[in-house]
Design a protein around this ligand. Structure first.
Ligand code: SAM
Length: 245
């Protein structure tokens, strides 16, 4: 899978992709990340990518020509998707990340200033993506978030020891609590079930904890989950316990 990022600040990405899982995945050839300077697609001597907005407001807007030129030269035939990072886009989540991971190429256009000429959204991009209901100064951090989250769904990128299987959201539940040494930290003990050696019991406890956490922190995602019989039973146990305490 290949990511192509179009930006006026390519240097921002140097350290972001030079460590951890993303670096390993690139080294092993599982993902490829190419960062392109939008200014390389301008035709004038000042390499100007922006201009004043029509209608007389302050600030600058990305001109359509360099963005169209960049995307048209970078986009590959086949399963490719062109995305514009914008606070007006679809809210990015695990489901969208999983969908993007099915493409061979994802092109990410990063805006700056007041944004990008509307004709880019209307006639060039396939998907507009927002990473949250707030405004950043540029699309670069948003693009990095997308690359990182999507890469985790590319087969082989995340090793078995770091499996995405039980990650928050991939099961429709938040992840269960995790503990490591020491067994007793300042009097706060690790739940004894984890030392029982009974894998079935541990799995049931983890499912119960995941349900309990989701119910407490994100009841909205629990509502959209089709609960198994075991989950229904565990949830009523949790509700009983809540009443008692
Ligand atoms: N005037 C624009 C608006 O209100 O929709 C915001 C422009 S913002 C200052 C500059 C650029 O940052 C945007 O073009 C976009 O690429 C990026 N950006 C800002 N917030 C974002 C968000 N929440 N998600 C994704 N990209 C964002």
């Amino acid at each position: 899978m290949r990511f192509d990022i179009i930006t006026i600040f390519p240097g921002i990405f140097e350290s972001l992709f030079a460590a951890g899982i993303i670096k390993k995945a690139q080294d092993k050839g599982m993902i490829e990340i190419q960062v392109h300077n939008l200014r390389d697609y301008t035709a004038d001597k000042y390499r100007q990518v922006d201009d004043r907005p029509y209608g007389g407001l302050e600030g600058m807007v990305f001109k359509p020509e360099p963005v169209f030129k960049a995307v048209e030269s970078i986009r590959q035939p086949g399963r490719s998707l062109v995305c514009l990072l914008t606070p007006q886009g679809e809210l990015f989540n695990s489901k969208l990340a999983e969908k993007l991971a099915t493409y061979r190429q994802v092109v990410l256009v990063c805006g700056r200033y007041e944004g990008v000429d509307e004709r880019v959204s209307e006639y060039l991009v396939d998907e507009e993506i927002s990473i949250g209901d707030y405004v950043l100064s540029g699309g670069e951090l948003a693009a990095a978030v997308v690359v990182e989250a999507v890469s985790r769904f590319v087969p082989g990128v995340v090793g078995r020891e770091e499996s995405v299987r039980h990650d928050s959201f991939s099961t429709g539940l938040l992840d269960f609590p995790q503990y490591t040494r020491p067994r007793d930290f300042l009097g706060h003990k690790v739940p004894s079930v984890l030392f029982s050696g009974d894998h079935q019991k541990i799995a049931r406890w983890r499912l119960k904890m995941a349900l309990e956490k989701t119910l407490a922190k994100r009841p909205d995602i629990l509502k959209s989950r089709k609960l198994s019989e075991e989950e229904k039973k565990l949830l009523s146990e949790i509700q009983e316990e809540r009443k008692e305490s």
